[in-house]
Design a protein around this ligand. Structure first.
Ligand code: C2O
Ligand code: CU
Ligand code: CU
Length: 500
């Protein structure tokens, strides 16, 4: 009897505890750091990478992927990875028309690659998973920069290890200047009124080390409760001009950031992934999924402080997205501190760069890509399979859509695209009005996009398209395309590695 009683009691305790966990799992509110971040550290600005010009006139950079330790605001050193340092990498900068060479060396104990996200370059130089760099080995991709001024970035893209490598700190910006169309009136003094803002979320264990497992119920991998900008925890930026240009990059592994300013003031969107817009747009919110960039101008008054924040993505997802995929979370990201006296910035012009619209009537090919589970059109990435053969010098229209309820995003290598329409018929917002290489695919929706494959036929080396939620990419939510000369066909075979 007594034993029965005790047993019953224990069962009830377990049931109550279990229900408690269940209630916690289902009702836990989103993370919210708004108003709770002490902005005590000056924002780190990645140094501009040193370069030399060799006898052939090529601009030469060096990047070494390596392990180290960083102060990520945990009161002790955190083991991290970086390029030429312990966390993130220097900002590479080159002009349209220049030939660049990047000597990439691998100081890690595992394979890596460096992919030039947003860059138009030959597939052999693109740093995809087909071309791993072995530990201790090096690879020196070379190409001619030939695209408009833009905020691009670089990051590893090795087979099945991209999430981990980016999360540990391998990422950097690559800025392109275009002497033909540089808009002199835009703020352009690097680190002063033209500032890289690489936003990432991190989870830490009790020992101050990066935790890589991802929270319970996450379908999209790691979601952290701390937001870093350029690797700085609780960052502030001293602003000395009446307009500051922020080059925003979502360099997280999964999280969507939906940016606004703490007092609700509008800001001016001037550029997206692939370059400047035809004209500036006033916005009070701007959403970036992983890998997307935007250039914005924020107007400041002397002496004031305003905080860049991130709120839940739009459209508001269902319960599971709000609860398990970070869709209910709010963060304070970066405090902008205006000096007591500000230098006047030039007025922003009403038009920026003229961009011809690609014409869907000229498309040689249309394709449909549906993202579900970890598949695109029901298939996972396979190194020996080519999913699309594109003819050089043609225009294509792709409809890319999310076929279920988990957030995804679509990223295309090689070329920038223009968004033609949204599958649900809603209008395309100004934030998708310019050149894009990555676009968020909301649950059950997507976009029709258009792009021109002007150059770089190579039947043997594929480019990638994939979900930029890095866990999904690693799990095979990726496909390959090759660009061939008219009448050509793909000849994709074994991997080519560098070293090893
Ligand atoms: Cu930013 Cu295929 O990657
Ligand atoms: Cu890319
Ligand atoms: Cu995905």
């Amino acid at each position: 009897m007594r034993r029965w009683l005790i047993g019953g009691l224990m069962v009830s305790v377990l049931v109550v505890a279990g229900a408690g966990v269940g209630v916690w799992v289902l009702t836990r509110p989103g993370l919210d750091t708004v108003g709770k971040v002490a902005f005590e550290r000056r924002l780190a600005v990645p140094p501009l990478a040193k370069s030399t010009v060799d006898e052939q006139g090529r601009r030469v950079f060096d990047l070494r992927a390596q392990a180290g330790e960083s102060d990520l605001g945990r009161g002790k050193a955190t083991a991290t990875w970086g390029y030429n340092g312990s966390y993130l990498g220097p900002t590479l900068r080159a002009k349209r028309g220049e030939r660049v060479v990047v000597n990439v060396s691998n100081g890690l104990a595992e394979d890596t690659t460096v992919h030039w996200h947003g860059m138009h370059l030959p597939a052999r130089m693109d740093g995809g998973p087909q071309t791993p760099i072995r530990p201790g080995a090096a690879f020196s991709p070379e190409w001619k920069v030939d695209q408009p001024a833009a905020t691009l970035w670089y990051h590893p893209h090795p087979h099945e290890r991209t999430e981990k490598q980016v999360y540990r700190g391998l990422a950097g910006m690559f800025l392109i200047d275009d002497p033909g169309t540089d808009v002199a009136a835009l703020p352009h003094e690097y680190g002063v009124d033209d500032v890289p803002v690489m936003v990432q979320d991190k989870a830490f264990d009790d020992d101050g080390q990066l935790s890589e497992s991802g929270p319970f119920g996450s379908e999209i991998g790691i979601l952290g409760d701390s937001v870093l900008v350029n690797g700085t925890a609780g960052p502030y930026l001293d602003v000395t001009t009446s307009l500051v240009r922020l080059r925003l990059l979502n360099a997280a592994t999964a999280r969507i950031f939906n940016f606004s300013l703490s007092d609700g003031r509008p800001f001016t969107l001037i550029g997206t992934d692939g370059g400047l817009l035809d004209r500036p747009h006033r916005l009070d919110r701007l959403q970036l999924s992983v890998g997307e960039r935007a250039e914005v101008l924020v107007a400041m008054r002397p002496g004031e402080r305003v905080v860049l924040r991130s709120g839940p993505p739009a459209p508001e997802g269902d319960f599971a997205i709000r609860r398990f995929q970070g869709g209910g979370d709010r963060f304070d990201v970066l405090e902008l501190r205006a000096a007591a006296a500000l230098r006047d910035s030039p007025a922003t012009p009403g038009t920026l760069v003229e961009t011809p619209r690609l014409d869907p009537a000229s498309a040689a090919q249309t394709r449909e890509m549906t993202f579900t589970e970890r598949d695109i059109n029901g298939r996972k990435m396979e190194g020996a399979r080519v999913d699309a053969v594109v003819t050089r010098d043609t225009t294509e229209v792709w409809t890319v859509r999310n076929g279920h309820g988990t957030p995804h995003s679509f990223h295309l290598h090689d070329v920038q695209f223009q968004v033609l329409s949204r599958t649900g018929g809603e209008p395309v917002p100004p934030s998708l009005s310019g050149w894009k290489d990555t676009v968020y695919l909301p649950p059950h929706e997507g976009y029709t996009v258009i792009m021109r494959f002007a150059d770089f036929a190579d039947p043997e080396t594929p480019y990638m398209f994939h979900c930029h939620v890095l866990r999904h990419e690693d799990e095979g939510m990726m496909g390959q395309f090759v660009v061939v000369e008219p009448g050509g066909s793909a000849r994709v075979g074994a991997h080519h590695s560098h070293g090893g």
